[in-house]
Design a protein around this ligand. Structure first.
Ligand code: ATP
Length: 591
């Protein structure tokens, strides 16, 4: 038997009571990058793992994956020397492998093993940056579950710690609108761990991007109410999710929404310790994080919730930035640039650098004038000042929920065919394949190739590059750093106090503003105009960009938009004017 399944033998809350802060895993950010194509092939099915079978493809993928090491830099645990996945590790009395006990003992404490061959894997239903998700049947109960397979490349302690933190946090939470962790499966053969979750048929990104699905105001309220209730629970238990986006909001056939993917979540006590600012998927990332805040709180999740609300109402992502600079600019254009007091008060590391040359007026009221009942909540959640976003509890008591039309009951929501972000991606892939095929046939026929204008919904979304790297690259360049690999250094060896990957602090001697300069006029607020707002059918997803690095092809698959100074999408934001000591320098060419 290569696998065991852990079952909780004690309530999450009692575990939480016992656990002290110092026992909590240190906070860090995952540098979610390079979801390589070999990832799916690295899978060993539960049954394979039981038999000790490792596919050839898995072995081939190893070296490639080794290059994508996630990092934290702040773990002080002693871990066993990396062992090849096929080496059968020692098992402790309960059946956990020693490598897992050594690094994630706290996370699996009080869980009892169960045999993996009591699960039947049915289908791959999702792919994350560090995991694949499968639909499976629990053969003991007949229940359908989701198995999230987390890979541990060469037993990297960081990877295991990420997983451990996710498990610890999930065990703290118990709420109808938060995904429930039901057990664990480890594989002795493949260095991977399966997290067992209740199965959810949809995610909000998939639903929102599905042709023919149009949310009504009462539906939007229903989803938002559930999202905010889940967030309220997390926040009351000292957990920040830090990656609220459509693809992490799972929905079952009864219309129940659950917040999932706590891989970037952290336990926190307000003001106690600095956290990394390199979290939250770009389109949903609040301005304070883009400006480098390391002391922040529930406001980060509330901002993302505001983005989701606005997205559900307008039918498309409201601020689909491709780079951090562009993201910040989109925020300022829509939500207004911060007041002078805010700049003074915030003391954010990058504040003086990214202060726009001229102030922008807030235009949310104009854009959402057709949905008056939502306006006040959108205004609150999308406040530039995180303090003004208030709390999830306050949002739940806002007039958005207390005035007609009221939120509908989840059970009254329409029954949708299974719709996940991955389904949308597969549909797009198939559509692309057909287009290519049609092109080839035309070429063989000698018929003229006609440019296919119609794009599937998902492809119209503008994917963002790996969200975190770009400002740092620009700052490094701007500071005239001489290290040849400054960026990767900052990613691999962040200051330990900074929760993982904050990168360099800004050298005061080099301070100067980064100007949006002339390029301001070229930014198009293509998403919003009052005509296109309201309840028009979504032409984009609610999922937002993934946190992985995108290829150039990805970047060019976006919609037709105006670009900064006529630059192509791949150079957006990196071509910003850098004003430094009176000189203007254009950084370009990187992606
Ligand atoms: N319990 C579940 N039931 C059904 N589908 C699920 C479940 N959990 C996750 N999924 C699907 O798998 C996808 C990836 O899962 P998850 O977000 O937890 O992984 P991840 O590696 O952290 O991903 P990412 O890097 O995109 O954040 C989700 O978007 C969802 O579509």
């Amino acid at each position: 038997m290569g696998c065991v399944i852990g079952k909780q033998s004690q309530s999450p809350s009692s575990d939480h009571r016992r656990r002290t802060n110092s026992e909590a895993p240190p906070d860090h950010s995952r540098t979610r990058r390079g979801r390589s194509s070999d990832q799916s092939s690295s899978v060993v099915s539960v049954n394979d793992a039981v038999d000790g079978v490792v596919t050839v493809k898995e072995q081939m993928g190893q070296s490639q994956r080794q290059q994508k090491a996630r990092h934290t830099g702040d773990f002080s645990v002693t871990v066993p020397a990396p062992e090849r996945c096929r080496v059968i590790p020692d098992l402790n009395q309960k059946g956990w492998p020693s490598w897992l006990m050594a690094v994630a003992g706290e996370a699996i404490r009080d869980w009892t093993p169960r045999h993996a061959n009591t699960f039947q894997k049915l289908d791959k239903i999702g792919q994350g940056t560090y995991s694949n998700v499968y639909k499976a049947r629990d053969l003991l109960t007949g229940k359908i579950v989701a198995l999230k397979k987390v890979r541990f490349d060469n037993l990297e302690p960081e990877s295991i710690k990420f997983m451990a933190r996710e498990i610890l946090i999930l065990r703290k939470l118990d709420h109808p609108n938060v995904i429930k962790l039901e057990g664990l499966v480890t594989s002795r053969m493949s260095c991977s761990l399966y997290l067992v979750f209740e199965y959810m048929e949809h995610d909000l990104a998939g639903l929102a991007a599905s042709q023919g699905i149009k949310f009504t105001e009462t539906q939007v309220k229903c989803y938002m109410k559930q999202l905010l209730s889940g967030l309220e629970h997390c926040h009351k238990h000292g957990v920040l999710h830090r990656d609220i986006k459509g693809s992490n909001l799972l929905i079952d056939n009864e219309g129940i929404l659950k917040i999932a993917d706590f891989g970037l979540a952290t336990s926190y006590v307000p003001g106690q310790r600095p956290l990394t600012s390199r979290v939250v998927t770009l389109w949903y990332r609040p301005p304070e994080l883009l400006l480098g805040a390391t002391f922040y709180g529930v406001g980060v999740d509330l901002w993302s919730a505001g983005c989701i609300l606005a997205e559900l109402l307008s039918g498309k992502p409201i601020m689909p930035g491709r780079t951090e600079v562009e993201q910040l600019h989109k925020i300022f254009k829509l939500c207004g640039s911060p007041s002078e007091e805010y700049w003074k008060k915030s003391k954010l590391p990058n504040a003086t650098l990214f202060k726009p040359q001229h102030p922008y007026k807030r235009c949310l009221a104009e854009i959402f004038k057709d949905v008056p009942s939502s306006l006040s909540l959108i205004e609150t959640l999308l406040s530039i000042d995180p303090e003004e976003r208030s709390t999830a509890t306050a949002a739940l008591n806002s007039e958005f929920f207390t005035t007609e039309p009221y939120a509908c009951e989840p059970s009254s929501l329409p029954k949708y065919p299974p719709s996940k972000e991955i389904d949308v991606k597969l549909r797009d892939k198939e559509a692309r394949r057909k287009r290519t095929l049609a092109g080839k046939v035309n070429a063989v026929d000698g018929t003229r190739r006609i440019k296919v204008r119609e794009r599937p919904a998902r492809a119209r979304a503008v994917p963002a590059p790996e969200a975190n790297a770009e400002i740092q690259v620009n700052l490094d360049k701007w500071r005239g750093m001489t290290q040849t690999n400054a960026k990767s250094k900052s990613e691999k060896f962040p200051p330990p106090h900074q929760d993982g990957a904050v990168g360099h602090t800004i050298d005061a001697s080099n301070k100067g503003p980064v100007s949006f300069g002339k390029s301001d006029t070229y930014f198009s607020s293509s998403i919003f105009n009052s005509k296109s707002s309201g309840f028009a059918k979504s032409s984009g997803p609610a999922g937002g960009p993934s946190r992985r690095r995108k290829t150039n092809r990805d970047l060019h698959s976006g919609p037709s938009q105006k670009f900064i100074g006529g630059f192509k999408p791949s150079s957006i934001g990196i071509s910003m004017d850098i004003m430094f000591k009176g000189k203007s320098e254009v950084l370009g060419g990187q992606n």
